[in-house]
Write a protein that binds this ligand. Structure first.
Ligand SMILES: Cc1ncc(COP(=O)(O)O)c(C=O)c1O
Length: 428
């Protein structure tokens, strides 16, 4: 494997950590070291690793088959559950990942509106589809990967978040098929969305005939059981769902959208089928194993209890981290965007005075990658595992008081090392 692992965010210097087991809120590496896990299946595991009810459902199903090459009753039950939870889910189409959900969502939007352009917001991530490789990393106009054709990104328009003027100016020519947003802001709220901007997105997309597409791949069943859209009371036209739709049983995704758009997937006469419909294939779509996991998982999510528990634990972690930083007089901020993902920022902030410490609207701040990696490594040495970028913590309903205490202690110890090594400074 080039770089030893198969995901950029798993690579670490001097070497990546290799895991061999996971249960609840914990991971164990190949040397037997125990970590409290805050990557949580890249944000999709609200019930931690291997929740017993989901494991039982998967074990039961695996003996009955994993792929039928046909529809199955479990997929219908799974779709009905999603429909009950997610406001935009008039109809659902299953696929295999968040990336696929974004790709097909854009395809549906272009076919429906007969327009080509896609608007997206600076720093928002949306998976690996070619058209989404510009916009999430500076310089925004350069694809974040080699091998992307200029024609694949020429119709992707990148604008700042929370600017009504920028959105209006991008949409007013009426040539934009779809505006896509990570529903809680970039990287699950590193830069958040101003509460009033949701209404602005709906109003302007409606005014200019553009579809509104929410990427709820992480927030879908985390922010609330019905995602950000259920919590803020705004129904997008299309929603991309991914890892959270099964609690990270690999690999599932879905588009949950308006019936008239989703009906582009219908099969009709020959002329329609060949020239006008949106086609969709995929060997593992709506497979019974993912459906069994998804049903078991979403039934628990639907109670709302996991969301409440994870949110409350995020508050505790946020407050504990803030205390550790204040005690050491380290400038910065810890915030949680009002749900269960905690973000750390080191440095001063020009918006600090008018900020509620919940939703961060500072799009100019930089989180130094080297400092993040040093934080990741020091936390790991103290039994806490985050994404290798270091600054973000995905909570679950099963993180214990002991986990949180250990993590806050590990954060303090890591800050001491970062200060001693002059990676961080007091008041700086
Ligand atoms: C917000 C967001 N959208 C899309 C994706 C892509 O999902 P997948 O990795 O399942 O392709 C991710 C994955 O991390 C994500 O975080």
């Amino acid at each position: 494997m080039p770089r030893g692992v198969s995901h950029d965010q798993w690579y670490a210097d001097p070497f990546p950590i290799y895991m061999s087991r996971a249960h609840g809120s914990h991971l164990w590496d190949i040397d037997g070291n125990d970590y409290v896990d805050y990557y949580g299946g890249h944000g999709g595991k609200m019930l931690g690793h291997a929740p017993p009810v989901v494991v039982a459902a998967v074990q039961d199903q695996i003996e009955k088959g994993t792929q039928y090459g046909a529809g199955c009753d479990l997929a219908v039950e799974w779709a009905e559950l999603i429909q009950r939870l997610v406001p935009s889910a008039e109809l659902i189409e299953f696929m295999n990942s968040g990336t696929e959900a974004i790709m097909y969502g854009i395809r549906l939007a272009r076919a429906f509106t007969k327009r080509e352009k896609v608007v997206r917001f600076q720093f928002h991530f949306a998976g690996a589809y070619d058209a989404m490789t510009v916009g999430y990393k500076k310089p925004f106009e350069v694809p974040a990967s080699a091998g992307i054709l200029p024609c694949s990104v020429k119709d992707t328009v990148v604008i700042p978040m929370n600017s009504e003027a920028a959105l209006e100016s991008a949409l007013e020519k009426r040539d934009v098929a779809v505006a896509i947003a990570e529903a809680a802001g970039s990287s699950s709220g590193v830069v958040g969305i101003h509460p009033s901007f949701y209404e602005v997105m709906r109003k302007l997309t409606d005014r200019y005939g553009t579809l509104l597409f929410f990427d709820e791949v992480v927030t879908g069943f985390r922010y609330s059981p019905g995602g950000v859209q259920a919590a803020v009371g705004l129904t997008p036209d299309l929603t991309a769902l991914g890892k959270g739709v099964t609690g990270v049983m690999p690999g599932a995704g879905a588009i949950a959208g308006r019936k008239d758009i989703m009906d582009l997937l219908l099969l009709k006469d020959e002329e329609w089928n060949r020239y006008r419909r949106v086609s969709h294939s995929g060997t593992f779509n709506a497979n019974p194993l993912c459906a069994a996991a998804g049903i078991a998982y979403l039934k628990i999510i639907a109670t709302g209890e996991p969301t409440r528990a994870a949110n409350q634990k995020a508050r505790q972690l946020r407050d504990g981290f803030q205390r550790e930083m204040q005690e050491r007089r380290i400038a910065g901020c810890v915030y949680d965007s009002g749900f269960s993902v905690v973000h750390v920022y080191f440095g001063h902030c020009h918006l600090m005075a008018q900020c509620d410490r919940v939703v961060c609207l500072n799009a100019d701040k930089t989180r130094d990658p080297g400092t993040g990696q040093a934080l990741f490594m020091n936390l790991a040495l103290n039994g806490v595992k985050t994404p290798t970028r270091g600054y973000d913590f995905f909570l679950s309903a099963v993180h214990s008081e002991e986990d949180l205490e250990k993590t806050i202690g590990a954060f303090g110890k890591s800050l001491d090392v970062l200060l001693a090594e002059k990676i961080l400074s007091q008041n700086g």
